[in-house]
Design a protein around this ligand. Structure first.
Ligand code: NAD
Length: 243
């Protein structure tokens, strides 16, 4: 039986890819919850609200009759005051979980980040899902993404809710408004003349379509007895590139 999907943050870069992929494979019940509407499709029901307000998200979960919630929302990395990261990534994620539990939602997929295991000092090479969170997180983004992820994983099994988290590394692809525009800006301003280090540092990038696909697979594989429930998954394109 197919699900009723609610994509939280579905007006954003990744969230929109998730929405389009759901529509493309023929899903009939796709809704979006976001703080600002940017896309206007006939097939998608849009709920406007702020994740940090329980009633906003609870309304959307109830009215959309969601059976699968895909939570991609977060403030931009580095682009918001510290308190906002706590309000959205931790309090907001808790609101999502509480509402899913209260409304008997079956599945919750959380967009985490590979940065939850990075402390900003020690290199991470060939990490896997057993790599622990650092004792001291690098910054408030990493810390709050990790806290949100942990809350989601701990909620697995509560009132029948099945959860998992997807950890992409830096995402690239069409409609990216973060990394590519910033990189182009650096080039336009001629700020590429200096190199820090010997160019041997690697960073993992993940193509946005692969990340969106991972979210759909994660949702599809959340069923009673599934080994996916209660787990985190690192998503990668396989080959890291020089940073
Ligand atoms: P984005 O900013 O394009 O999309 C986020 C969406 O969430 C936006 O539409 C925004 O309006 C919405 N949102 C933010 N705060 C909200 C709130 N309080 N209530 C309701 N909606 C709210 O970001 P993105 O690049 O698509 O990132 C999506 C997810 O992927 C995030 O959780 C991010 O942490 C994670 N992630 C991103 C990258 C990357 O390189 N972009 C890498 C790893 C993980």
């Amino acid at each position: 039986m197919s699900d009723n999907y609610l994509v939280i943050g579905g007006e954003g870069f990744l969230g929109r890819w998730v929405v389009e992929m759901l529509l493309k494979r023929g899903e009939k019940n796709v809704s979006v919850f976001d703080i600002a509407q940017r896309y206007f499709d006939k097939e998608v029901t849009y709920y406007e609200g702020n994740l940090s307000n329980y009633n906003d998200i609870d309304d959307a979960i109830r009215k959309s009759n969601a059976t699968s919630v895909i939570h991609t929302a977060s403030p931009h990395y580095g682009g918001a005051p510290k308190e906002l990261f706590w309000k959205v990534n931790v309090d907001g994620t808790k609101n999502v979980i509480d509402s899913c539990v209260a409304n008997g939602v079956k599945k919750l997929v959380y967009t985490s980040s590979s940065s939850v295991i990075y402390d900003g000092i020690n290199e991470i090479i060939n990490a896997d899902e057993t790599t622990p969170y650092p004792e001291i997180p690098m910054d408030v983004y990493n810390e709050t993404k990790a806290k949100g992820e942990r809350l989601v994983i701990e909620a697995n099994g509560t009132n029948g809710l099945l959860t998992c988290a997807v950890r992409p590394s830096s995402i690239f692809g069409p409609n990216d408004k973060q990394f590519l525009p910033a990189a182009l800006n650096v080039m336009r301003q001629g700020q590429t003349k200096f190199q820090i280090g010997d160019n041997s540092n690697l960073i993992d990038w993940t193509y946005v379509e692969n990340v969106a696909h991972a979210h759909l697979l994660a949702s599809d594989k959340l069923f009673d007895g599934s080994p996916v429930a209660g787990e985190v998954f690192i998503i990668t394109n396989d080959t890291p590139v020089p940073f």
